[in-house]
Design a protein around this ligand. Structure first.
Ligand SMILES: Cc1cc2nc3c(=O)[nH]c(=O)nc-3n(C[C@H](O)[C@H](O)[C@H](O)COP(=O)(O)O)c2cc1C
Length: 335
């Protein structure tokens, strides 16, 4: 029995629901070709950061003001260019090269928080040929004077500003830390997002005890991290006017199947490709098709959302429902 893996995400027709998440792997054209050969349906390029764009602009002004040193002090706030993965121009070249090299959709990614001139790059990413843009809003709400409502307004203004300069679809990648994630998701969709990517994993700074300095730690995910986005995808499915992609914790076909059952239009992978290689894409897709055949699902469309909160037999399970039972019946023993 053949199964139909096609799905629609951001209005794009994808041959299957497995998308490579934004990460440095997709910066290499060679990797993109290999990922496509292994069956990846689309790839998100690593983010171009607001700081990279503004840094480039400061450098440009400095070159023009050479000798005045007027920007010298401000430049010390920025990391050395070598620490960045790509300057804006290289980034746009990567999109052009990727579009020539592979036929799967290429999704550009912008990462920022403020509504500045850098949002103009959304248009340039589109002009370079990207099929869609993912806007990663990475805002750590450390300003105690800002209320949750003010921060949410910042998100919405940014989404609206980026959407305004685009005609390709816009996905918005956010973290889970809102008082009311569902309400916020609805508002982001209303502000112009065609899709939501749930959830951003925030880099947590650590303290290096030898050097006594703060070091940001990027840890690859583990499969347990799937459960947080899984809950919210299940709650949002059918209730928000945007496509849904699940990112965080998909390490095998089981993660992807659960994401689809909860209601995701696509599942994204990054960590597992670092841990198990690019060929993991093919293994996950084969596993998905095999499982669908066993369970007699004919298409991804058919299974999508069948265990969402709207459709599952125990909707309360996605809320507080089984919380008390899970705690009180836990049978672990101390070692
Ligand atoms: C090395 C690495 C670099 C990443 N860089 C970006 C990035 O530039 N922009 C972005 O939106 N997400 C970035 N991510 C996050 C991934 O896109 C993804 O959302 C996250 O890793 C969760 O998926 P996973 O559990 O499959 O790793 C990065 C992840 C990794 C592992």
């Amino acid at each position: 029995m053949s199964v139909d893996l096609r799905t629609k995400y951001l209005g794009l027709e994808l041959k299957n629901p497995l998308v490579v998440a934004a990460c440095p792997l997709t910066q290499s054209i060679d990797n993109l070709k290999r990922l496509e050969e292994h069956g990846a349906a689309a790839a998100v390029l690593p983010s171009l950061f607001e700081e990279q764009i503004t840094h480039e602009e400061v450098e440009f002004s400095r070159a023009q003001d050479f000798g005045t040193e007027s920007f010298a002090e401000s430049l010390t706030y920025f990391p050395e260019p070598a620490e960045y993965r790509a300057t804006p121009d290289i980034y746009l070249d990567t999109i052009r090269d990727a579009k020539k090299a592979v036929s799967m959709p290429i999704i550009g990614s912008l990462n920022g928080v403020s509504r500045g001139g850098w949002t103009e790059y959304a248009r340039r990413i589109e002009e370079a040929g990207a099929d869609a843009l993912e806007l990663n809003i990475y805002l750590i709400a450390a300003d105690m004077n800002l209320s949750g409502a003010q921060i949410e307004e910042k998100y919405l203004e940014l989404v609206a500003a980026v959407k305004q300069s685009l005609s390709i679809p816009l996905a918005v990648k956010v973290g889970p830390y809102f008082s009311s994630p569902g309400h916020m998701a609805t508002r982001i969709a209303e502000a112009g997002a065609d899709g939501l990517v749930l959830f951003n994993r925030f880099l947590q700074p650590d303290i290096d005890l030898d050097e006594l300095r703060i070091s940001p730690k990027l840890k690859l995910s583990n499969p347990y991290e799937l459960l947080l986005p899984l809950r919210w995808v299940a709650i949002l499915h059918g209730r928000v006017g945007a496509s849904l992609a699940l990112t965080s914790g998909i390490h095998s076909e089981t993660g992807l199947i659960k994401a689809l059952l909860a209601g995701a239009d696509a599942g994204m992978v990054a960590s597992v490709l670092y841990q198990e290689g690019l060929e993991k894409v093919a293994a996950i897709l084969a596993g998905l098709a095999e499982w669908m055949r066993e369970k007699e699902y004919l298409s991804v469309e058919q299974l999508k959302g069948s265990m969402s909160q709207e459709n599952c037999p125990d909707p309360a399970a996605f809320e507080r429902g089984n919380y008390m039972k899970a705690l009180t019946t836990f049978a672990g023993e101390p070692i």
